[in-house]
Each structure stands twice: as structure tokens, then as C-alpha cells.
Write a protein that binds this ligand. Sequence first.
Ligand code: SF4
Length: 280
Amino acid sequence: MMIKEIKVKSVLNKLKVQDDWFLVDYSVNPFMGCALNCVYCYIHGSKYGGEDTTTFQVKVNAPEVLYRQLKKRARRREYGFIGLGSSTDPYPPLEKDLQITRELLKIIYRFKFPVNVTTKSTLILRDLELLRKIDEKAILPPKLGNKLRHGVIVSFSFSTVDPVLAGIFEPGASTVEERLETMQKFKDEGFLVGANLMPILPFLSDSEEELDKMIKQMKDHGAEFILVGGMTLFGDKPSDCKVRYLDVLKEHFPELVPKLKNCSGILLHLLGLISINWLY
Ligand code: SF4
């Protein structure tokens, strides 16, 4: 994947209404595209992946732009959770040297905003102490202030707990075991942690038995909430997520291709939203 540096005018996106699932009012994505390259990822073929899906774009001026934008919001006391990594993982391997996500977190801390970080990478451990400071100091929006006692939510994403399947469909992510251990570590350190089981893999990780297994493993590793979602596939270009997913399926599970194609419509298959379980 090629890497390109870009400059942006805005990096803080304000949602029209608070997201009921992730509790966020804002989103921030330090990168355009995602270096973790999960086969099923909806950004391939959507505006979030950028025009050129072979290029990973780094928003080099994101920290200074966020500083400006958050300063304004803080002055007006428009506090709300910032979703970090809604359309890119904030901890790709490059982040180790770039430290853009880390700079963004420092600014989020500076202006006392709460944050929901979603990742499939163990690199988040590097920022544990910084996240702890945000957790303690963040000002929560009034709607959540008396229910949630945390300024940080740490969410780990899984589409399966089978290491072989994860290796096929999430080639750039930390292993399932590493993610589970990292979740446990954050829990032990006193954070609010949970799991996003999104997307569940049709015919591979969506049986009752598999789902029970996944939910048990999440619970055993400290998850205080679990969000479960289905897979959305679309597009007919080679770089679009539907074509990418079917190609990989053809290679590894050819018998599933006709089954998947029989699923209705453009949104291929699955459960939709099957469970939200917030345990405050
Ligand atoms: S980590 Fe998330 S954003 Fe990145 S490729 Fe995977 S699903 Fe997409």
C-alpha cells in the first residue's frame, strides 16, 4: 500500500444526533483508508476509503486542525464523546512512528473531551497512561454524566475468534489472542472496555454456537458491553468490498459463494443488529 501525506481543512466531524450505539457526538479519523486492510471493510468502495484504495493517506495537519476545532467547541462547552477510528483504525503499524493518534489524544485531553477508541491493534497499549488521564479528567455530556463514570471507552473489534478465519479476513490486525489480552489489560487497569463483534461473518461465525463462544470469550476478557452487527457488502469494482470479499471467499470457502449470493439484495445477509448490552 502506498502512503501519501495530505492536509485537511477539518478533522472533527459533528454528528447530527448522538449515536445510540457508540455514544459519540463527534468522530475523528487521523487517516483516510485503513492500513489494516480487512477484506470485508465497508470503506472499500465508500467515500471513507478515498478515491484511490491502494493509497493510505495520512492527515499530517490533523493535530493542529483538531486543536483549533476543539478549542471552539470547548469554549462553548459542547462536550461529547469523540469516536476515534470510525472509518480507519487509529493504530495502524505506521502510527508507531507517526504518533498522529497520540498527538490527537493529547489535544483531546487538553480540552477535556471524552473519547471512544475503537481498534484491532495492540499498539493502543502505548497510550494507556494518556488514556487514563483522559478517563479521569474528561467532561461528559449532561445526558451521560450521571450514568457513565468514564471519560474513555475502549472498544475492540472482532469478526470471529477463530485465529485462522481472522488471519484470512483481517490480515493486518493483531491476532485474536493479542486483542483479547489487550482488552483484559485495559479492564485490569480500570477502563470501561467492550467488544464490537462487527461484522459477524455470514456462515462462518454467525451460528448460535459460534456467537455463544465469542460472547463468552469477550466476557471472560473483561468486556462490559458487546455490540453485534451484520456485514454490508456493495460495489462491483475490483476494489469494492463486495468483490473483495467474494474473491477471498472463492479462494478459501468456494462452497459458500452461492449461499452468500442468494442472500437478499445489495446488503448481503445477516443479522442486522442483534444485541446491545450496556452494563453501566
Ligand atoms: S480495522 Fe476497521 S477500518 Fe480498518 S480495514 Fe479493518 S474494518 Fe476497516
